[in-house]
Design a protein around this ligand. Structure first.
Ligand SMILES: Cc1cc2nc3c(=O)[nH]c(=O)nc-3n(C[C@H](O)[C@H](O)[C@H](O)COP(=O)(O)O)c2cc1C
Length: 344
């Protein structure tokens, strides 16, 4: 890996053996938070902070990192909190703890969204533990996927997962693929026509060597390094909806499958949906299957309703993902240092 990725890679390079040098509970919890912050979040905003308590950790929403245009009701912010909770729980299980998550449904910034209580055990949950190696391997991959189906053994595991998380995760049936691609393309045009939407997105785009520790580096979108500095400027000025729609339609038409995350719109359901999402993403990673998000229809109310009637779920759609295989591996995106997410 070239040196220019050096500091961007640092948060991803955790030596797990360091944990066993730690004797104090607070230091152990701070170590687990290093895994929690590797979770995915919308626009890589990392809208979370953590406080170590006697029982475990409290997870707080960081509303200063809101995306008020793309995510006005904090749906994606809350799901992002959920993904970090899963990473924490998976790491806790790996290091011999049994985690229990308790939720808070009030929205004040000063109140934790959740408390993760941990208790030492000699039989930590195996379903969480087996996902641990995937935490440092998981990356959102936006390249076109190969034109091949999911292997049968991977599909069996995925079907089992979907079956046991059916209120949060379901496949879009192949017969609905074209309709979904249409909805995505239509939504891309609507969203990109908004200069406020483009401006917010541009504000979270970063050069590949950015030191801010957050946001999305240009290479995550296949933008070559020399063009990276001009991309936010271009995006702010030009409606790229037609281009985006064509691009996303092709991505969806050639992927192996689509998965929709569903949940009610209340805070606790959204956090739990985020937890289920990250379990799914870690499982996909363990199975060698790549994914990326094609959420645009969910960010446009009328199209979200169309998608909901298409998937025939009792719960509204919250996220849409495409899955498949890719030969190009995505690079790790930046993370803020775990210490900055720790509230004392
Ligand atoms: C709730 C949520 C919504 C997201 N929505 C999108 C999206 O609409 N489009 C997209 O390209 N990526 C989306 N992402 C992926 C993030 O941009 C990605 O997680 C972040 O940039 C960090 O990169 P990483 O996943 O490779 O660590 C979303 C992630 C989460 C958790």
């Amino acid at each position: 890996m070239p040196d220019q990725w050096g500091s961007r890679l640092d948060p991803w390079l955790i030596d797990e053996s360091d944990f066993y040098e730690l004797e104090k509970h607070a230091d152990q919890m701070a170590f687990l938070i290093r895994y929690a912050i590797l979770a995915p979040s919308s626009h890589n905003t990392q809208p979370w902070s953590f406080r170590v308590t006697r029982d475990g950790v409290e997870v707080y929403p960081d509303y200063s990192r809101r995306c008020t245009v793309a995510d006005p009701s904090d749906r994606e912010l809350l799901m992002s909190i959920g993904t970090s909770i899963t990473n924490f729980c998976v790491a806790a299980a790996h290091f011999g703890f049994e985690p229990t998550v308790l939720y808070q449904d009030r929205s004040e910034q000063t109140l934790p969204a959740a408390l993760i209580a941990v208790r030492e055990t000699c039989a930590p949950p195996a379903g969480l533990r087996r996902l641990f190696p995937a935490i440092q391997e998981r990356h959102t991959n936006r390249v076109p996927f190969e034109p091949r189906e999911i292997d049968s053994s991977a599909l069996t595991e995925l079907n089992e997962f979907v079956g046991s998380h059916s209120s949060f995760v379901q496949f879009v049936v192949p017969g609905d693929r074209d309709r979904a691609a249409d909805l995505i393309a239509r939504a891309d045009r609507v969203l990109m026509a908004s200069s406020a939407f483009r401006g917010e997105l541009a504000g979270w785009l970063r050069s590949n060597s950015s030191q801010t520790g957050d946001g999305m580096c240009a290479d995550g979108f296949g933008i070559p390094d020399p063009l990276a500095p001009a991309t936010p400027w271009f995006l702010r000025r030009f409606d790229v909806g037609a281009l985006q729609a064509k691009h996303d339609r092709a991505l969806v038409e050639h992927c192996a499958g689509l998965i929709v995350v569903t949940a009610e719109d209340d805070r606790v359901s959204l956090i739990r949906a985020g937890e289920a999402l990250e379990m799914l993403l870690l499982l996909l990673t363990r199975l060698g299957v790549q994914y990326s998000f094609v959420n645009s229809p969910i960010e446009v109310d009328t199209l979200r309703s169309e998608l909901w009637s298409m998937i025939r779920s009792p719960h509204p759609p919250q996220l849409l993902l495409r899955i498949g295989y890719a030969t190009t591996v995505a690079r790790p995106q930046p993370r803020r240092d775990a210490a900055t997410a720790l509230v004392r």
